[in-house]
Design a protein around this ligand. Structure first.
Ligand SMILES: O=C(O)CCC(=O)C(=O)O
Length: 283
């Protein structure tokens, strides 16, 4: 490598944040053997089920907090006319924070994405009885880069109700994260059956969709999506969140909202680390 190229490569990877160096994620608290096994499953199948991560008390707290916020139905076939969605969840309740920054999920993200990856979206999805199967899609298709390729993000979908074969459990097409431009066949949909308190972690390149709800009960879920630190998140958190709310969330969430730097300077504010915005109380 030429001297110039080496200098430039060093500059691109340098963490220039002196006052606010990069913070490690709580994913580091997860046994590496467990996290590596999760990663191997994700790389093979495009998804992995992480069972029983929430206690009955945590599930009840989420249900109580989000229930009153479920006040509208979807506006188009993708959102689902018999599906209720809550957007901007971080601005409405703290009850779902433990989903956004769960260590088991962060341990996987730490292995898949570049440091200071971002939260792209946090949303509640309640699929009502009678809802049809959602169209199959991939979550990072809006980044116009040809496939096959590495996923530019990943998602979790957390079961707040048990996910069963007929109540709208997320359908996946195992292995489809490796595809190029192939079209998915709906006959290949496989429901992710898992008990409440579990989540399915899936790569942004995996074909999936909400299932048809043929039961007589709603199916409540919370989904968190994450992306590389150099692509645009779906939710503009830095526009929507007050600084006091940003101060109230965990350091992991704060970093994933964009109060972090993708080296050497993506995310800067007036040439400085964005966390400086939080230094003045009341600002
Ligand atoms: O609710 C689900 O199970 C999946 C929904 C989904 O993939 C989406 O709306 O993007």
């Amino acid at each position: 490598m030429s001297v110039e190229k080496k200098l430039f490569a060093d500059m691109l990877s340098a963490d220039l944040a002196g006052t606010y160096p990069r913070t490690a994620s709580s994913g580091q608290s997860v046994d590496p053997v467990v996290a590596d096994a999760d990663l191997a499953a994700v790389q093979r199948d495009g998804y992995v089920i992480l069972p029983d991560l929430l206690s009955a008390g945590q599930i009840a707290e989420i249900r109580t907090a989000v229930g009153p916020l479920l006040d509208r139905h979807g506006r188009n076939p993708f959102e689902g006319h018999a599906t209720q969605r809550i957007y901007s969840v971080l601005n409405k309740t703290r009850a779902c924070d433990l989903i956004a920054d769960h260590p088991r999920v962060l341990a996987l993200l730490d292995r898949l994405l570049l440091p200071n990856y971002l939260l792209s979206m946090l949303q509640v999805i309640n699929i009502l009885p009678g809802e049809q199967a959602q169209m199959l899609h991939t979550d990072d298709a809006f980044y116009p880069l040809p496939r096959p390729r590495k996923a530019l993000g990943a998602a979790t979908i957390w079961a707040i109700d048990d996910f069963t074969a007929d109540n709208g459990a997320t359908d996946v097409i195992p292995g489809s994260h490796l595809w190029g431009e192939e079209a998915p066949d709906p006959a290949d949909r496989r429901p992710v059956v898992m008990p409440a308190g579990s989540c399915v972690f899936l790569l942004g390149t995996l074909w999936h969709g909400g299932g048809a709800n043929r039961s007589d009960r709603p199916r409540l879920a919370v989904t968190a999506q994450y992306c590389e630190p150099w692509v645009r998140p779906q939710e503009a958190f830095t526009l929507s969140m007050t600084r006091d709310t940003v101060r109230a969330v965990s350091e992991d969430i704060r970093r994933m909202l964009g109060y972090s730097i993708h080296p050497p300077f993506i995310g800067q504010v007036d040439g400085m680390h964005p966390k400086r915005l939080l230094e003045t109380p009341g600002s």
